[in-house]
Ligand binder design. Sequence first.
Ligand code: TXA
Ligand code: MG
Length: 348
Amino acid sequence: MSARRIQVDPTHPQEEAIDEAASVLASGGLVAFPTETVYGLGADALDAGAVGRIFKAKGRPADNPIIVHIADARDVGLLAAEVPSQALPLIDRWWPGPLTLVLPALDSVPAVTRGGLRTVAVRMPAHKVALALIRASGCPVAAPSANRSGRPSPTTARHVIEDLGASVDLVLDGGPTPVGVESTVLDVTGPVPVLLRPGGVGLEALEAAVGRVIVAGAGPGPADTGEMLARSPGTRYRHYAPRARVVLVDAPADESPARVAEAVRGLWEQGLRVGVMVTSESAPAVPAGAVVRVMGRRADPAGIASNLFAQMRELDEAGLGAIVAEGIGEEGVGRAVMDRLRRAAGVV
Ligand code: TXA
Ligand code: MG
């Protein structure tokens, strides 16, 4: 059995499709829908039973909280006890957009949605289908990425169905998601904002908007304490792990093509079938015989991000022994690309 799937126009979503999906949410069901980042697996965020079904469908650990999606920035008041003043310029600039804010939660947000924490993660997605669905449902929508736990996030409806099949009631198919990596998660509950997960909004842009930002996991300081790990539960789990071994080649741009080629030959010597994810610049250096996916130009991390998860899935299906992934610069969304590649390679 597979989920029911309805095609929707990503820029002018059909009202009937949206109404049908909204009624599934209202009756406690699960709807997968496109956002600008990746597909989400949605349920009424205030219905503990419905949110419980998300955890079951994904095989998600119960202590990993879920992002709640709203269609109007003012609705943050339905979820957060307080919006710290440092969050206001961020909301102004990036809602709707790929920025999730961790805020002190109201008690009315079910504990299951918050993974037992006292905070709630909120975002307003920049996608017509997501916004129309949230508006029509009349409730905030809890939605993690619509993959099985540990798999790359889905950027097409087909990925959702491959992973979740009949455990989702309805899939709104609005085509591929444009950003391709998940939202940036920023904790604004303390005096200095903490970047918990790099994503669609780059660190430099956040710093330009609010001044200092602490990067969780980067060197000594409060970001590395056990408390911070508890505040960022998703970072504890291995993600995006393909069946094949992933080898990350993280070299300066001028050395990168030769290092990729060397890594491929080394894995061949071990008798492995090898796949490669490379920049356009390094593609000509890949020795013939490897299964190649070209991620995009090094100078265009946004283009690379939009291809990343689909290419991981394609290579994972090719029955390879190893995948060589080429690293890129950390600027802008490049930081999120590198984070996902490091997780796939098991180096974080
Ligand atoms: O782009 C996205 O963010 C997508 C789309 C569907 O909106 N959603 C998504 O959700 O990536 P998910 O569940 O795959 O990742 C949510 C991340 C996890 O790392 C989780 O631990 C963290 O956000 N998170 C959620 N609530 C939190 C909270 N209250 N405090 C700290 N981290 C939280
Ligand atoms: Mg996820």
